[in-house]
Design a protein around this ligand. Structure first.
Ligand code: B16
Ligand code: MG
Length: 217
């Protein structure tokens, strides 16, 4: 039995969600917009361009395209500055155990991320070799909750949507998996990710018997 195991990146494999938050918070502060961790949930899994629009809507600000381009560039520069020293220590707890188990079981693994910075992050954390396919923000035209990124990932692995399992920390990503009729596994708070079929606080709560049950399904 082969299943497609599709992993989101930010907030699932690495804790970069906190860096996205800090970089957006800086922009919001400069614009006099109050930006809280709760508000930040709406930005998770969402593209860079859409994230800025959400922040501007929050502050009821209309901006020119050139201003928007400037803030988008500024956000990414700031975000990248947090990644300079990134290494394996930033992989979230329990993730390597599951990636290794999937490899031992010969299960196909893909990345399905909205980020345009996915590849350098996988390289820095030395996780890139685990992935048989990488679909990221550079490959898709429709952002989560559109399922395009996961559908492309399953296709690249040659597995049907119904036989695909998605690990996601964002509401938009869980919705994308559900729309594609994939099995959605939420990583984070049940109160936020209640639409997911399975929810775990983090990968240390996922044991190999759960993965085996998904393989047999
Ligand atoms: P970038 P994921 C998403 O990655 C993040 O959750 C989201 O906060 C970010 O805005 C988006 O990537 C775009 O990232 O600015 O690096 O292109 O969670 O889908 O792996
Ligand atoms: Mg994420």
């Amino acid at each position: 039995n082969k299943k497609a195991f599709i992993f989101d990146l930010d907030g699932v494999i690495v804790d970069t969600a906190k860096y996205h938050y800090l970089a957006w918070q800086k922009i919001a502060n400069e614009l006099g917009i109050e930006f809280t961790p709760e508000r930040n949930e709406e930005l998770k899994g969402v593209s860079r361009v859409r994230s800025l629009d959400i922040i501007l809507e929050l502050g009821k600000i209309t901006a020119s395209q050139s201003d928007k381009d400037k803030w988008l560039a500024q956000k990414n520069e700031d975000y990248l500055s947090y990644l300079v020293d990134m290494d394996e220590s930033e992989i979230l707890p329990g993730v390597m155990h599951i990636l290794k188990f999937l490899k031992e079981q010969n299960q196909p693994i893909a990345l399905g991320s909205a980020s345009k910075n996915a590849r350098p992050i996988l390289e820095k954390t030395k996780t890139i070799s685990y992935f048989d396919a990488i679909i990221d923000g550079n490959d898709v035209t429709h952002a989560k909750p559109d399922p395009e990124v996961f559908v492309q990932a399953a296709k690249a692995l040659g597995i049907s949507n119904e036989d695909s399992i998605v690990f996601e920390d964002s509401v938009a990503g869980v919705q994308a998996a559900n729309i594609a009729k994939m099995t959605s596994v939420g990583i984070g708070q049940a109160s936020v990710l209640h639409e997911a079929q399975f929810i775990f606080p983090d990968f240390t709560h996922i044991d190999t018997s759960f993965i085996e049950s998904l393989i047999k399904k």
